[in-house]
Design a binder for this molecule. Structure first.
Ligand SMILES: [Zn+2]
Length: 214
């Protein structure tokens, strides 16, 4: 067996489903070829990383993946989506890098704002949806659903009202209707693409904003 034949059988070898004959040929090639031993070790390490990655995704925090992907720079995002055509190790490294950029990017943005010297404002957001049985307000201000999620009480006429205290800044948010439908607020000052073919609502809290900042 030569190195190319070995490479075509690595996956079967790792899964233990080679024929006894192939298994023997692979074993004897490995005994004589340091390059292929190294290749095999790389694949085993990669499998271990992917196994752990699979564990991480068993219980992703709600909305985290969606938010990370929508925060990716366009060039990284396209790399992310075409990861299947890359070498698996490159794909894993890109994915980890993309996650890091998502988190670091947000820290930098938050860190740059002199939030301590700015006065918090009470914000009121009104959302109209007579068919909804629940509406939650989810956005930058509660880490896209990871904390302090507000469930509004509806009046009889389908008007859902949210009230919260925010420091001056620009916030992206959406309504989560009935726990599954993402809906932008049609009364939002502006809408930005969310990276999933939909839109995020934009809330601008200025220094002077007093009552109704929607
Ligand atoms: Zn070899």
């Amino acid at each position: 067996m030569d190195c190319r034949k070995f490479e075509s059988r690595i996956d079967g070898y790792l899964r233990n489903d080679l024929s006894a004959d192939d298994q023997r040929k692979v074993d004897s090639h490995l005994e004589t070829c340091a390059v292929c031993r190294e290749t095999l070790a790389e694949h085993q390490a990669l499998e271990a990383i992917l196994d752990r990655a699979a564990e991480w995704t068993v219980d992703p925090p709600p909305f985290l993946t969606r938010k990370i992907v929508s925060n990716l720079p366009a060039s990284v995002a396209s790399g992310f989506w075409s990861w299947k055509v890359m070498h698996p190790i490159v794909a894993v490294v890109s994915l980890i890098l993309a996650l890091a950029i998502g988190f670091v990017g947000r820290d930098v943005i938050v860190g740059r704002q002199p939030v301590d010297v700015q006065r918090a404002q009470t914000i009121r957001i009104i959302f109209y949806s007579p068919e909804a049985s629940s509406v939650a307000l989810i956005g930058d201000f509660n880490d896209w659903g990871q904390r302090d999620v507000t469930l509004a009480q509806s009046s009889d006429r389908g008007i859902w009202e949210f009230s919260m205290t925010l420091k001056p800044g620009v916030y992206h948010y959406n309504m989560l209707v009935d726990g599954e439908k993402w809906v932008a607020n049609p009364k939002s000052a502006s809408l930005v693409p969310d990276g999933f073919g939909g839109y995020d609502s934009v809330l601008v809290v200025s220094e002077k904003c007093q009552d109704d900042c929607t």
